[in-house]
Each structure stands twice: as structure tokens, then as C-alpha cells.
Write a protein that binds this ligand. Structure first.
Ligand SMILES: *[C@@H]1O[C@H](CO)[C@@H](O)[C@H](O)[C@H]1NC(C)=O
Ligand SMILES: *[C@@H]1O[C@H](CO)[C@@H](O)[C@H](O)[C@H]1NC(C)=O
Ligand SMILES: *[C@@H]1O[C@H](CO)[C@@H](O)[C@H](O)[C@H]1NC(C)=O
Length: 446
């Protein structure tokens, strides 16, 4: 949250430094196809029973439950609907965790962890704002420690966590993986939401954050011990038939976003197929883009795609993006190249204003957002104007609005951009981890 302190999130794992000082290598494969038919993920579990659901929702859940297994989790929203949470059970203990396609580890705060400020100064445990006291290793009958290793992760918004590593049984949305490796955090600099106790990362094994040795200060690339994240283990253990997972992130209503701490139904995380929401016929399937490592080989870390064109009123020819863009559920906003952000933000009525100190475009909460679409794999995906005006609270608890599409830096080699929740509200994103393809399907308007 270094840049977007106004309760927006940038949950992108910053892997051991060398991984990101790398060049983008465009996959030689073109768009695979458009209009591909994906099976609907068979089943569903409600995230919470605390809040009554509308009859339409109840009906849908009933239909989904008609199947034999339950592999769809309803996601909830926290922190002004800017984070997406799912229920998770680890070693028989229940928590809520942030759903993050921009990192790969699953981790929980451990009982008795030490909280630090982002400036690395010890602060009271409550200042990390986790939702529970944390995971209790001694209360799990299935936990197996991974001795002489450490967990060490940093995020792009300056949050960092370190801890120990173990294996346990993990269930999300009815999908159970045994002996899943995960982090038990003993030290954290974390801006929590008072509801979640950790995070579930869904990106590639290359981005996992476990190292040989018990001293996190000694971690280096050579000591990196890669492992399979939760969904990769599920596929390997044949706990799920099809090697896809899918996310449909609903936009919150403006009123709820400005008010609520927990919104119990904000979309779906689905395993084994496409998330169960209404879609149109517009869809495309594209390869995941890799990055060049220091050895010159191309490696996949994130769900990165090539954006062919960004279109908005008055957009000029310079609206291609050369570096890859990461589809990241853990980042609230879109981060696009400087020139595109500048031109786009000038088109709000009234225009958004850039506040240097905050490194953020602010916009009038009643502004009219320009139309905006992103072309990927030959298909245009429009971003609804409602997603481009993001309500937030300033330090005096006054409602302020920030533009949904912000400056992500110059469009040059080694950089990457982000299509965050602002974009993802408009599509279902389905990630095939065996073919390394991503299918984007336009959602019916809602
Ligand atoms: C974690 O890993 C990074 C390298 O990625 C290293 O610089 C740092 O010292 C490690 N330890 C901590 C506590 O951050
Ligand atoms: C960690 O490093 C030590 C010393 O190099 C080595 O003996 C050990 O096998 C490594 N552990 C793992 C899990 O790779
Ligand atoms: C949001 O909170 C304000 C002040 O607490 C209250 O006046 C308003 O009715 C709330 N709106 C909703 C939709 O809950």
C-alpha cells in the first residue's frame, strides 16, 4: 500500500529479486482460439450463512449442489469490497484468506506471530489486522513440519512476511488437498482487513517463497525450494478432473463499498471449470506470457497476457502495451503505461487529477467515466464505467474516489502492468495450468 494507501491492494509477490529483473519473452503461440467452450465447474459452497441470500442466489446454489462434489467457493469482499476472500480449512481450523492470482503461496498468521510496521519496527499484534489469532500448529492432527526451511515473501506494496513451513490438509470450496506445503507466519508487516488470516496464492510454482535454512536473512535464489501451490497439488493428486480454475469477481455496489467490512457474496472461485455466472459469447483463449530469466530461458511466473490495444474516446495510436499485463485478483486497480493512464484519466468528466504525493489519480465520485476497452487475443473487453470510480476513505474518513486505471510506469522492457479487479469485474477468467492458457469470457451485464 505504499502508493495506494487509500485501501487498495497490490498483492503481487515480489519474488527473489532476479526473477523480475527480466525481459519479457513473447510466447510464440498466437491466440489459441476464441469462443472455446469450457465446462461449468460442477459444484458450489456458500461462503457464509450469516447473511440471507436472495432467492435467485439460493436457486443457483441449489442447482449447483445437484452435482456430486463441491468445487466452487463463493468469494466474499472485505476492506470496502477491494479484497476477495474465501473460506479455507487447514488442519481442521477454519479461516478466511485473500484470493490472490498474483502470488503462489498459501500462508496463515501463526499463533503468537510478531507484527511489524512496513518500516520494519515491531508494533502490537493487532496492528497487522488479521481476522483471528492465527493457525495453531499444536491443534492440527495432520500438520507435518518442514524442518530447516523458512518462508519469506514480500509484496509489491511493501508488505512482507516470514515464518516456518509445513504440510497439512487444505480444503477450499470442497476441494481437498493433502500434505499441501504452506507458510506459518511468525513475523509480518501486513495491512490486514480484520477478517482474513492469510492468503491463498494461485500463481505458478516458480513464484513460491520457501527457502533452505532457517535464517530468512540468508535467503538467496540458490536456496529456493520450489513447490506446488494448492491448485497444482489438486491437479497432481487428481482431486479435480479438469486442470482449470476460474474466477468471477463481482463489483460491489457503491454504497456497500463505501460502508461494509464484509460482503458475503462477491463472486466465485471455481475449481475444475468455469465459474457459474452468466456470460456472453465473447471469449478468447491466449497463452500465458513468460519472462526471460538471467540464463535467457523463458519462465512463467504470473498469469500474464499481452494486451494488444487499449481503447477509450480520443485514444491515439499509442495505446498498445509492449510489456505483459498480469491478471491479478489481489490488486484492486488497473496499472497501465504512463501515457495511457494520463490520456485516459483526462477523459473523465470532470477530468481526474493526479496527486503527486499519493502517486494517484483522484476523480470526483460523481464523475462520468469514459468508455474503456482492452483488446486481448483479438477480442475487445469493455470495462464498465462503474468500475473506474473506486470509492475509498481518506485519513479523515472522508469519502474520496480514485480512478480505477492508474499509472503503472513506462512501457518498457522489464516492466509489467496489471489488470486488477477493475478489469476482472467484467470477465470470467479461467486459468488452465496444464496448457498454460487463459480463457477470458465476457460477463453478461450485471
Ligand atoms: C527474504 O528474502 C529476501 C530476498 O528475496 C532477502 O533480501 C531478505 O533478507 C529475506 N529476509 C527477510 C527477513 O526479508
Ligand atoms: C539444504 O541445504 C543443505 C546444505 O547444502 C543440503 O544438505 C540439504 O539437502 C538442503 N535441503 C533441501 C531440503 O534441499
Ligand atoms: C453508509 O454509512 C453511512 C454512515 O455510517 C450511513 O449514513 C449510510 O446509510 C450507510 N449506507 C448504507 C448503504 O449502508
Amino acid at each position: 500500500m505504499a502508493h495506494w494507501k487509500l485501501a487498495t491492494f497490490l498483492a503481487i509477490a515480489v519474488a527473489y529479486a532476479s526473477a523480475l529483473e527480466v525481459r519479457h519473452v513473447r510466447s510464440s503461440r498466437a491466440a489459441v482460439s476464441s469462443g472455446i467452450e469450457l465446462p461449468v465447474a460442477p459444484f458450489s459452497v456458500p461462503l457464509t450463512d450469516k447473511v440471507p441470500r436472495s432467492s435467485a442466489k439460493k436457486r443457483m446454489l441449489r442447482e449447483l449442489r445437484a452435482g456430486a462434489r463441491s468445487n466452487v467457493a463463493v468469494v466474499a469482499g472485505a476492506a470496502d469490497d477491494e479484497e476477495y476472500l474465501t473460506d479455507i480449512t487447514i488442519g481442521g481450523q477454519d479461516f478466511k484468506v485473500v484470493v490472490d492470482t498474483g502470488s503462489s503461496d498459501t500462508f496463515l498468521a501463526g499463533i503468537g506471530f510478531q507484527c511489524f510496521s512496513l518500516a520494519d519496527v515491531p508494533v502490537p499484534e493487532a496492528d497487522c489486522f488479521f481476522g483471528t489469532a492465527g493457525f495453531d500448529i499444536s491443534k492440527s492432527e495432520t500438520f507435518v513440519p518442514f524442518p530447516d526451511t523458512n518462508f519469506n515473501i514480500s509484496f509489491a506494496d511493501a508488505e512482507f512476511l516470514t515464518g516456518s513451513v509445513g504440510f497439512d490438509t487444505i480444503t477450499v470450496g470442497g476441494l481437498t488437498v493433502t500434505q499441501q506445503e504452506f507458510g506459518v507466519v511468525t513475523a509480518a508487516a501486513w495491512n490486514g482487513d480484520t477478517i482474513s488470516t492469510g492468503l491463498m496464492g494461485l500463481a505458478f510454482p516458480t513464484l513460491t517463497s520457501v527457502f533452505n535454512g532457517t535464517d530468512p536473512d540468508a535467503d538467496e535464489t540458490a536456496a529456493h525450494l520450489l513447490y506446488n501451490p494448492f491448485f497444482f497439488s489438486a491437479v497432481q493428486q487428481k482431486a479435480v478432473d479438469a486442470p482449470f480454475f476460474s474466477v468471477a469477481l463481482n463489483r460491489g455496489t457503491f454504497a456497500k463499498e463505501a460502508n461494509s467490512t464484509l460482503d458475503p457474496n462477491l463472486g466465485f472461485l471455481a475449481f475444475g471449470g468455469i465459474a457459474p455466472v452468466a456470460v456472453t459469447k465473447t471469449s478468447t483463449t491466449v497463452p500465458v506470457q513468460g519472462f526471460a530469466t538471467s540464463s535467457g530461458a523463458s519462465e512463467i511466473f504470473f498469469y500474464a497476457v499481452d494486451v494488444e490495444q487499449v481503447t477509450f474516446p480520443g485514444s491515439t495510436a499509442k495505446t498498445t502495451i509492449n510489456a505483459p499485463s498480469i491478471l491479478d485478483t489481489g490488486t484492486t486497480l488497473n496499472l497501465v503505461p504512463t501515457n495511457i493512464a494520463k490520456e485516459f484519466n483526462a477523459r473523465f468528466k470532470p477530468p481526474a487529477t493526479f496527486v503527486e504525493d499519493e502517486d494517484t489519480y483522484f476523480v470526483d465520485c460523481n464523475a462520468i467515466a469514459p468508455t474503456f476497452s482492452i483488446k486481448i487475443g483479438g477480442q475487445e473487453f469493455a470495462v464498465d464505467g462503474r468500475d473506474q470510480i473506486v470509492p475509498s476513505l481518506d485519513e479523515n474518513n472522508n469519502l474520496v474516489c480514485i480512478s480505477g486505471t492508474q499509472d503503472g510506469g513506462p512501457d518498457e522492457e522489464g516492466n509489467f502492468f496489471v489488470l486488477g479487479d477493475v478489469f476482472l469485474h467484467n470477465v470470467v477468467a479461467t486459468f488452465d495450468i496444464s496448457k498454460n492458457d487463459i480463457t477470458l469470457t465476457e460477463r453478461a451485464s450485471y
